[in-house]
Design a protein around this ligand. Structure first.
Ligand code: 5GP
Ligand code: MG
Length: 446
C-alpha cells in the first residue's frame, strides 16, 4: 500500500504535491519522492523518511515546473533501499518520463524474467520497473500508445501516474482495487490522488474518481479519457477497514461512516452473546469510529481508556522483541483510574498477527481491568493479500492458524468476536462486489 499524487497545471505543483503527500502519510512512511517537469527537464527528489523530512524548502525550490507527481512508500518486508523509492525515472527513445505506482503487479516475476531474457537490465527491486522497460521496448510512436502496449501483459491491482515533459497519463486497473480520485484545484489545474483527504489541503474540489480500466490524460488542452479495459469493479474492502483516512471518500463513500456502521453491526450481533460491560474503549486511532458505532448501538458509554502518544514515529526497522514491547508501551497507555475494576469492550479495526492485541489485553489487565471483551470490526484475516497491501504470509496471519477460541485464549481476552463478512460488506454498502480475498481467499486476479 502506498500513496500517489499528480498535480497538473499549477505553478506550485511540487509544493502542492508535497502537501498532498503529507495528508496521505498514513499510506506509507518509509520513503517519499516527487518529480517535477518544466522546460523539457524532469527533476527528482526522493529519500527515505517522512514527507516533512524529505521535502524541506530547499528540496522544493529545486522542483520547478507546473506539473509534478509524488509517492509515499509503505515499508514492506523487502528492501528499504532508496533505489526502491519512487518516482521512478526512465529514459526511452522519445525522451524521459517519471512514474509512480500504487498496488501490486501479480505476474511481476514472469514479466521481469521475460524482460531479462530479452536483455533488459534492472536497477531496482520494484515491479514498477517492468513498466518502464516495456515502454522503452515498445515500437509505438507516442508515449500514450507505448503505455497502452506496456500494460497489456501486466496483471494486478494498480494505479499509475506517468509524467512526460508535457503530459500526465493516469491509469487505474480494470478492477479498481485501489482508490484514485480527480480534483480541480481552485488556484488552477488538477490533482489526482489516492485519497480525497489530500484535496482539502491543496484547496481542490472533488471532480470524480478515475474509472476502473480508464486512462485519463492531462494535457494543456484539458482532460481526455480512454477506456482501456472492460471494467470489473472490485474495490478493496480493507481500504474502509483500516487503510484509508476516515475523512476520505473512497468510491463515493465516506470512510468514517463505513467504520461507524461496522461498529454498529458488530454490536448488533453482540447483544445476542449476553456479555455485559461497563464501557466501550477504542484502540486508538484506527479503532475509534467503529467503537463509537459500537457504543451508540449497544448503549454502553464510550470512553478513551487508552491514550495514544502521537509522537511515536515510524515502526522501528528490524526491531527486537524488547524494543517492540517498549514501542507499544510508548505508544499506548492505559487510563488506570478509569478502567480499574471495570469490564471493558475493547474495539479494534483488525487483528493481523495478534501481537498488538495480546499486548493491549495484557496492558489493560495489568492496569486493573476486571474483564476485557475484545471486539474486532472486521472478519478474521486468513489469507495474504497480493493486491497491494503486502499483508504477512499465511503463517504469520494468526487467524489462519488459530480458531476464534484459540485466539481468544492466546491474546488473554475474556471473550472475542469478529464482524461477519456479510456485515462488513453491508456496512460499506451493498451495491459493489468488494475485494475481500484476505477474509475468504477469493483471489479473483488469477
Ligand atoms: P495485531 O494485533 O495483528 O498485531 O495488530 C492489529 C493492529 O494493527 C490493529 O490496530 C490495526 O489497526 C493495525 N493494522 C492492520 N493492518 C495493518 C497494516 O497493514 N500495517 C500496520 N502498520 N498496521 C496494521
Ligand atoms: Mg490500529
Amino acid at each position: 500500500m502506498c500513496a500517489i499524487v499528480g498535480i497538473y497545471g499549477n505553478e506550485n505543483a511540487a509544493r502542492l504535491a508535497s502537501v498532498a503527500l503529507f495528508a496521505m502519510q498514513h499510506r506509507g512512511q518509509e520513503a517519499a519522492g516527487i518529480s517535477s517537469s518544466s522546460d523539457g527537464k524532469i527533476r527528482l527528489i526522493k529519500d527515505r523518511g517522512l514527507v516533512s523530512e524529505v521535502f524541506t524548502e530547499e528540496a522544493l525550490s529545486v522542483l520547478k515546473g507546473d506539473m509534478a507527481i509524488g509517492h509515499n512508500r509503505y515499508s514492506t518486508a523487502g528492501t528499504d533501499s532508496v533505489l526502491d523509492a519512487q518516482p521512478l525515472i526512465a529514459k526511452y527513445k522519445l525522451g524521459e518520463m517519471a512514474v509512480v505506482h500504487n498496488g501490486n503487479l501479480i505476474n511481476k516475476d514472469e514479466v521481469r524474467q521475460d524482460l531479462i531474457d530479452q536483455g533488459s537490465i534492472f536497477r531496482t527491486g520494484m515491479d514498477t520497473e517492468n513498466l518502464t522497460h516495456l515502454i522503452a521496448r515498445s515500437k509505438k510512436e507516442c508515449l500514450q500508445e507505448r503505455i497502452i502496449e506496456a500494460l497489456e501483459p501486466i496483471k494486478g491491482a494498480y494505479c499509475f501516474i506517468f509524467q512526460s515533459r508535457t503530459k500526465q497519463f493516469i491509469v487505474r486497473d480494470k478492477y479498481g482495487v485501489r482508490p484514485l480520485s480527480i480534483g480541480k484545484i481552485k488556484s488552477g489545474g488538477y490533482i489526482v490522488a489516492s485519497e480525497t483527504c489530500s484535496f482539502d489541503l491543496v484547496d481542490a474540489e472533488f471532480v470524480r474518481d478515475v474509472k476502473p480500466g480508464e486512462m485519463v490524460i492531462l494535457t494543456k488542452d484539458g482532460i481526455e479519457s480512454v477506456q482501456l479495459f472492460e471494467p470489473d469493479f472490485r474495490p478493496c474492502a480493507f481500504e474502509y477497514v483500516y487503510l484509508a483516512r476516515p475523512d476520505s471518500e473512497i468510491n463515493g463513500k465516506n470512510v468514517y461512516r463505513t467504520r461507524e456502521n461496522m461498529g454498529k453491526a458488530l454490536a448488533k450481533n453482540d447483544t445476542n452473546s449476553g456479555v455485559k460491560a461497563d464501557m466501550v474503549i477504542p484502540v486508538p486511532d484506527s479503532g475509534v469510529p467503529a467503537a463509537l458505532g459500537y457504543a451508540a448501538q449497544c448503549g454502553v458509554p464510550f470512553e478513551y481508556g487508552i491514550i495514544r502518544n502521537h509522537y511515536v514515529g515510524r515502526t522501528f526497522i528490524e526491531p527486537s522483541q524488547e524494543i517492540r514491547d517498549l514501542k507499544v508501551r510508548m505508544k499506548l497507555s492505559p487510563m488506570k483510574s478509569l478502567i480499574e475494576g471495570k469490564s471493558l469492550f475493547v474495539i479494534d479495526d483488525s487483528i493481523v498477527r495478534g501481537t498488538t492485541s495480546k499486548r493491549i489485553v495484557r496492558m489493560l489487565k495489568n492496569a486493573g481491568a476486571k474483564e476485557v471483551h475484545f471486539r474486532v470490526a472486521s472478519p478474521e484475516i486468513k489469507f495474504p493479500c497480493f493486491y497491494g497491501i503486502d499483508t504477512p504470509t499465511k503463517e504469520e496471519l494468526i487467524s489462519s492458524r488459530m480458531t476464534k477460541d484459540e485466539l481468544c485464549e492466546y491474546i488473554g481476552a475474556d471473550s472475542l468476536e469478529f464482524l461477519s463478512l456479510d456485515d462488513l460488506t453491508s456496512s460499506i454498502g451493498s451495491e459493489f462486489n468488494y475485494a475481500v480475498e484476505s477474509f475468504n481467499g477469493d483471489y479473483f486476479i488469477k
